[in-house]
Ligand binder design. Structure first.
Ligand SMILES: Nc1nc2c([nH]c(=O)n2[C@H]2C[C@H](O)[C@@H](COP(=O)(O)OP(=O)(O)OP(=O)(O)O)O2)c(=O)[nH]1
Ligand SMILES: [Mg+2]
Length: 129
């Protein structure tokens, strides 16, 4: 079965809020909130993929930091590996692909519906405080 490696970033502002993006209509998991990122392309490192995705989706220059969580998930069609990293950045994030953005305080993350693979990631963030 196809294995999809997805890398996503925990992007924090000076107040410690975390940036979520809402998946647009017409794709899988539309309407759910996610950590910005995307698929690692063949021959690409996860770090390079995350820098590229955050440039494309948000227009920021990212520096990839420590791992937060790595979640394997089997769905009927595919095997997903969601690899989430802390990210430092320069620039001002904008939804360059028409996606809504929200800066969310840690305690409010649970109010935003997210894909199943994100639940352990949110749990880990809450645990770390
Ligand atoms: N970016 C991101 N994707 C997630 C998260 N949780 C989760 O299940 N996913 C899934 C949704 C998608 O099936 C997959 C990411 O693929 P995507 O379609 O957004 O990939 P991409 O940004 O490279 O975009 P595309 O060019 O393939 O359309 O991972 C998350 O927190 N962030
Ligand atoms: Mg994406």
């Amino acid at each position: 079965m196809k294995q999809v490696h997805v890398v996503a970033g925990v992007i924090r502002d000076v107040r410690g809020r975390i940036l979520l993006a809402r998946r647009t209509e017409g794709r899988d998991l539309a309407g759910l909130w996610e950590f910005p990122g995307g698929k690692v392309e063949p021959g690409e490192s996860p770090e390079d993929a995350l820098v590229r995705e955050l440039r494309e989706e948000l227009g920021i220059e990212a520096t990839v930091g420590a791992p937060v969580a790595c979640v394997p998930l089997e769905t009927p069609g595919k095997r997903l590996l969601l690899d989430v990293r802390e990210v430092a950045f320069s620039g001002h994030p904008r939804g360059l692909e028409g996606q809504a953005l929200a800066w969310v305080p840690l305690r409010k993350l649970v109010d935003y519906p997210m894909p199943p693979a994100d639940l352990p990631v949110v749990a880990e963030l809450l645990l770390r405080g």
